[in-house]
Design a protein around this ligand. Structure first.
Ligand code: SF4
Length: 333
């Protein structure tokens, strides 16, 4: 899941890692390897609360910049919808809905025909998205919207050059998963697609509307997939056979076959990350980390790196211990 290309709990800031979500339970299990139950979290808490779970997106936020994590998860500061993120949400919705059709009807024209309806549905669910194309100049706004919808269509069409949906019968789509580790840490997230072979082997698939990373950055891209693999492993006691990232922006497919060592390493990393988050939560010491990604951050106005002042910390603070040191150590390796 790339930055903000997700659906309901994906485009929001902190929805996946915020306060307890009503109905937030999901199970991947069953002796046949079938994913048997799922539930999507219902909304989010409105009052600031200490984080109680971790998702790939929020783990990525903390590794990128601890202060960004605080703004999203604890302060829950609003963020403006972006064209790129919303296009990602739209494309995900279309690819998910296409599987409602019988296999032989899952064609590119059929997928393209779903775009207007899914865009209407998204705007209905999130009226603020209409602001994206609310220029004063109506003609210009209309042209921009048409261009944007055309880009979404090209991404959807490219998918057909990478996978053949007439030969796929996903076990699950947009599956909310949640697992509690022995340490007490709860991991959660949404998997775009789960395929289960007749042999019971599980493949986890994620769509990206951006471009594939250069090989030296592939490990970072796989972090999210290994996170999901760990959750599935903990829930189902089966290590997924394959992790698959489908890059619609560049027309690439990145796959990885995880082994137990990979997932144990990810678990150790997540536990260290969670400990750093716990220390920062208790001390209130959330360090900004300025990088070129700050250009995409909505919170520069309240970020000390850009001359701003964060809002008062809304949680109770304990005397700082080694939170800063832990944050300094935590990198997106
Ligand atoms: S502007 Fe940069 S340093 Fe500041 S909160 Fe955002 S990501 Fe962090």
């Amino acid at each position: 899941m790339e930055t903000s290309t997700d659906g309901v709990a994906r485009t929001g800031s902190g929805a996946e890692a915020g306060a307890p979500a009503a109905g937030a339970s999901a199970v991947v299990g069953g002796s046949t390897g079938e994913v048997v139950a799922a539930a999507v979290p219902e909304g989010r808490a409105t009052r600031p609360a200490p984080p109680n779970s971790l998702s790939p997106s929020r783990a990525g936020d903390f590794m990128q910049c601890p202060l960004l994590y605080r703004f999203r998860v604890i302060d829950k500061l609003p963020e403006k919808p972006s064209e790129a993120a919303t296009r990602g949400t739209l494309v995900h919705a279309v690819l998910e809905r296409l599987f409602d059709a019988p296999a032989t009807e899952r064609t590119a024209p059929r997928a393209a025909s779903l775009i207007p309806g899914q865009w209407d549905r998204l705007r209905e669910a999130r009226p603020e998205l209409s602001e994206l194309f609310a220029d004063e100049d109506e003609k210009a706004a209309g042209e921009r919207l048409a261009r944007w919808l055309g880009e979404a269509e090209r991404l959807v069409e490219r998918w057909f050059t990478l996978e053949d949906p007439t030969r796929l019968e996903p076990a699950e789509r947009e599956l909310f998963v949640e697992a509690r580790l022995d340490s007490g840490l709860t991991l959660r997230g949404i998997i775009d697609r789960v395929d289960v072979a007749p042999t019971g082997e599980v493949r986890i698939v994620d769509y990206k509307t951006g471009k594939a990373p250069r090989p030296e950055y592939a490990e970072g891209a796989l972090f999210q997939m290994k996170f999901y693999a760990l959750v599935v492993w903990r829930l189902k006691q089966v290590i997924p056979r394959r992790l698959q990232l489908v890059y619609l922006g560049s027309g690439d497919v990145l796959t990885y076959d995880p082994v137990r060592d990979d997932l144990e390493r990810v678990e150790r990393k997540l536990l260290a990350l969670w400990e750093a988050i716990r220390l920062a939560t208790e001390s209130g010491d959330w360090r900004p980390r300025r990088t070129k990604l700050c250009g995409w951050c909505d919170h520069q106005a309240v970020c000390p790196e850009f001359g701003g002042t964060p809002p008062p910390y809304p949680l109770q603070v304990r005397p700082p211990e080694s939170g800063a040191a832990a944050q300094g150590r935590m990198g997106p390796d």
